[in-house]
Design a protein around this ligand. Structure first.
Ligand SMILES: [Zn+2]
Length: 329
């Protein structure tokens, strides 16, 4: 398993961003400091639900990697549907609760408690996932409190709510609260198109331009041309020959200029991967999501480590491109 991110790296990441949250949760798991109950809060336009499901699967996966491996028995059960067309997973230790009609009823919570009190079927952790927790009926929240007051060591409850304000304070205070921020990039993307950038360029500048319109326009002035070349290579990667890739990587040989261009390469790779993750989560394609998450993290990690550990930019670019292309084959 690779090292969890250092605390100073975490502090430098934007609060509430999905990357920060994933990094914090990985760290908790790596240090065996997973709490008994979490509340993921985030309205439409956030990835609260997706993150909560990712975390549930991470807790069950036996591979000990940064993400659920997708291949072990637990992952396969967690990814398989329990029934036709249902999102409810087949994993016997991943209990899935969502509103039955307009509300989550007390009987559903009692059933969850009964199931969580049993010995784990697969011998590991048991996870209860409560989706749309803002629709817990009062009796259901009260019943849930009992579980939160008497946490068991190998059980984790994960609540997901658009807003936590409707939940009783007693319930909120017994969970680890994770606020998932809305992405501001959509607004910026639209503003950049109004400034005359085409959609593809606006996407690059909104992803990499630092969050403000002025910053994104300045970024476009300085980097857009080089970024386009990298993006075009990534788009055509599955049909790109090995020689062409190695030649491209070789253009990152050299001094400071090559290093800076390699940083841009990793930024564009990260943004490209994130876009694929968004596209695949919209079409509920978990395997594709997993694949691109891995590439995203590999690009961001290399970006952080290249300078710190004085890594060779040509080798970094080459390794990433070959890995990407192999995963697309
Ligand atoms: Zn796994």
């Amino acid at each position: 398993m690779s090292d969890p991110p250092a605390a100073d790296t975490l502090r430098s990441m934007p609060r509430g961003s999905t990357e920060t949250i994933r990094a914090e949760l990985r760290l908790a798991r790596a240090r065996d400091k997973v709490h008994g109950a979490y509340l993921f809060e985030g309205g439409p336009g956030t990835r609260a639900r997706e993150l909560a499901i990712w975390f549930a699967r991470l807790l069950l996966c036996r591979a000990g990697e940064e993400d659920p491996c997708g291949a072990c028995r637990d992952c396969r059960l967690a990814l398989a549907s329990a029934g036709e067309g249902s999102e409810r997973p087949a994993h016997p230790d991943l209990k899935w609760v969502e509103p039955d009609g307009a509300y989550i009823k007390v009987d559903q919570i009692r059933e969850l408690q009964r199931q969580l009190s049993l010995v784990a079927n697969e011998g590991g952790r048991r996870v209860g996932l409560i989706l749309s927790a803002e629709r817990l009926r009062m009796e259901a929240s009260n019943a849930l409190l009992k579980t939160l007051e008497e946490p068991s060591t190998d059980t984790t409850l994960i609540l997901v709510a658009e807003s936590s304000r409707v939940l009783p304070p007693t319930l909120r205070s017994r969970t680890t609260h994770i606020r998932v921020a809305r992405t501001p990039e959509t607004e910026l993307y639209e503003a950049l198109q109004a400034e005359g950038l085409d959609r593809e360029d606006a996407w690059l500048a909104s992803s990499l331009g630092g969050g403000s319109l002025m910053g994104a326009l300045r970024w476009a002035d300085e980097h857009l041309e080089a970024a386009r070349e990298i993006r075009d290579l990534l788009v055509g990667l599955s049909t790109c020959g090995a020689t062409e890739l190695l030649d491209f990587a070789e253009s990152f040989r050299g001094g400071e200029a090559a290093r800076q261009r390699a940083e841009l390469f990793l930024d564009v790779c990260g943004a490209f991967a994130r876009r694929q993750i968004e596209a695949s989560s919209e079409t509920s394609d978990p395997r594709n999501t997993e694949r691109w998450l891995r590439h995203y993290e590999s690009a961001t990690r290399s970006r952080q480590e290249m300078r710190r550990r004085n890594l060779n930019p040509q080798l970094i670019v080459e390794g990433l491109l070959l890995d990407l292309r192999a995963s697309l084959a």
